[in-house]
Ligand binder design. Structure first.
Ligand code: ZN
Length: 246
């Protein structure tokens, strides 16, 4: 399977193992993009144990792309670009790998905390599935606890998991909300994502600095009052001057 035909995430449902939505049966015929295959690398630049990662195919495809643009591949500036790009996308699309799903260990809510837990300003970088150009920004997550709570650092891992795929901002927002809703079973969860899209800024209408905002809610956050409470926390968190400034 080429990178270009890698399946995008289906909309997740409660019956699917979230985070594993890209997993087709491994093995012959349906290898993972950048996943484990059986071929040994022919990449002279490949570091030892990248072993069966499919860099060579992506690099060859990218070489074809550069050639079809009429570029002179003997230009020293383009030497090795094919493999550099392949490696860069291996990292940028790391969320496609089955091993990318973070372990989401939860803890009992022994204190019976009933307020909103907010984790805001989580930075992310993603690749727009429509144009394969970057979009990037920050994600904000709030949840009202059920019986379990989640280590706060895991929120960033969840955002990263879904950001490092060919994505749409709307889907990214929904997928983060769905995973947290399923794994944490909170009373409610809200995810807000603000992003700039280079496919808007560098091409087409070419508007610089436009921010696109998306929001997904589950459970008690369907209540607009609770949404407003979260958005209020968000505004004050990001309006607050840092101590020492003044
Ligand atoms: Zn786009």
């Amino acid at each position: 399977m080429s990178l270009a035909s890698a399946p995008l995430a289906e909309e997740t449902t409660r019956h699917q193992p979230v985070g594993l939505i890209h997993q087709q049966p491994a093995g012959p015929g349906r290898p993972h993009p950048f996943g484990r295959g059986t071929r040994s690398p022919k990449d002279p630049h490949a570091a030892g144990d990248v072993g069966d990662i499919r860099l060579a195919r992506v690099a060859a495809a990218y070489r074809g792309f550069l050639e079809s643009l009429g570029l002179d591949l003997t230009d020293p500036d383009l030497a090795g670009t094919d493999y550099r790009v392949a490696r860069a996308y291996q990292e940028l699309l790391g969320g496609l790998q089955p091993s990318a799903e973070p372990k989401l260990t939860t803890f009992p809510n022994t204190q019976g905390y009933a307020g909103i837990v907010s984790v805001t300003g989580l930075p992310f970088y993603s690749i727009c599935a429509h144009h394969f150009l970057p979009f990037f920004g920050t994600a904000h997550i709030g949840y009202v606890l059920g019986d379990r709570l989640l280590g706060l650092s895991k929120m960033a891992r969840v955002v990263d998991l879904y950001a490092r795929r060919p994505q749409l901002q709307e889907r990214l927002t929904e997928q983060v909300a769905t995973l947290l809703d399923e794994r944490l079973a909170p009373a409610g969860v809200i995810v807000s994502v603000e992003a700039r899209h280079l496919c808007i800024e560098m091409r087409g209408v070419s508007r610089t600095g436009v921010t696109t905002t998306t929001m997904a809610v589950r459970g008690t956050f369907k209540d607009t009052n609770l949404q407003q409470q979260f958005l209020g926390q968000l505004r004050s968190a990001h309006a607050a001057p840092r101590s020492g400034e003044g």
